[in-house]
Design a binder for this molecule. Structure first.
Ligand code: GLN
Length: 241
């Protein structure tokens, strides 16, 4: 089997260790004997919507988001919408998550348009939401780190990724974190999220392989080190918030 990964705006949208998610996806696939190819893409690159099984779109500050949003209003945005409609899997974090929605409204300056693949919108708040987080999801608990001023609200087509147990979550109001619509996942989970949440990584991997290969059984891995990291980060999250 082969897995094609697109690392969107790798040079602009990649903070707080977000690239670790690419490393985890690649390594967990390789350990199962799956070939992996990662294409690091940026502004001006052409995206072939049929090529990729898994797209990663990380976080970035408002300045980078303006640049990226411009690019997304053209051919790239159209390709990503087509890919999402055809079942490709997306993991999008923070600034990337916001741009998968309808728009991000910064504190100052004009709205930054998104591509509306997630039925969410984001408005900057006065207070930044920073700290370790725990989210209860259907894939198990996720532990990570958040740092955003944007407050994201879900429309009826998106469902939350989970319940915010520790941390601010989407908007510090409704107790929810992240959004899922089809195979598109958005969340505020930096850290990076996948290395210490291998159960979530495997869910995304399985889903990514489905498009070409149907239901694939993933051979179990020895996750003792990953789960030790998960437990340590969970303990720290409870202790620090
Ligand atoms: N500019 C966005 C915010 O602060 C995104 C930040 C990020 O990606 N970490 O809400």
């Amino acid at each position: 089997m082969k897995l094609e990964i697109a690392f969107l705006y790798h040079d602009l949208m990649n903070i707080y260790g977000d690239r670790g998610n690419i490393i985890t996806m690649t390594q967990r696939a390789k350990w199962r004997g799956i070939d992996v190819n990662v294409s690091s893409l940026t502004v001006g690159d052409k995206v072939d919507p049929d090529k990729y099984d898994f797209y990663f779109f990380g976080g970035g500050q408002d300045k980078e988001q303006y640049t990226v949003a411009d690019d997304l209003q053209g051919e790239t945005g159209r390709a990503l919408k087509e890919a999402a409609a055809n079942g490709a899997v997306f993991l999008t974090i923070c600034g990337g998550y916001q741009l998968m929605g309808h728009y991000y409204r910064p504190d100052k300056g004009k709205d930054i348009p998104g591509i509306g693949v997630l039925d969410v919108y984001t408005v900057a708040g006065k207070k930044r939401c920073i700290g370790n987080v725990i989210v209860e999801t259907e894939f198990g608990n996720l532990v990570a780190f958040e740092n955003h001023s944007g407050k994201t609200f879900l429309g009826p087509k998106a469902r939350p990724l989970g319940k915010s147990v520790v941390g601010f979550g989407n908007n510090a109001k409704d107790g929810q974190e992240g959004a899922i619509q089809g195979n598109v996942f958005g969340c505020y989970l930096h850290g990076s999220v996948l290395p210490k949440n291998p159960h979530f990584a495997d869910h995304l991997l399985q889903l990514s392989l489905k498009r070409r290969y149907g239901n694939v059984e993933l051979a179990p891995l020895d996750d003792s080190i990953e789960m030790a990291a998960h437990r340590a980060a969970t303990k720290r999250a409870y202790a620090t918030r």
